[in-house]
Design a protein. Structure first.
Length: 75
């Protein structure tokens, strides 16, 4: 788990961190969800996408996880 210096979970995660630590998916899938407005809690800070841990955890607790196939880019 990504923590701050005091050992507390960081409130904002990068998209790859959120994908790996919370969602258990590939970063590329998380970025696809972001492009399709399916990744809650995402904010743009200084040109970098971050995901609010609390929003993402609450979203997952509600069972609202999009399927990877629903947001896959056609080949």
């Amino acid at each position: 788990m990504t923590t701050d210096r005091a050992g507390k979970p960081r409130p904002l995660l990068s998209v790859p961190e959120a994908a790996r630590e919370i969602l258990g998916i590939a970063a590329s899938t998380a970025y696809e969800w972001l492009r399709n407005d399916a990744l809650p809690g995402a904010v743009l800070i200084n040109g970098h996408w971050r995901v609010r841990r609390s929003v993402l955890e609450a979203w997952l607790a509600g069972g609202n996880v999009p399927s990877q196939e629903a947001h896959a880019t056609p080949v």
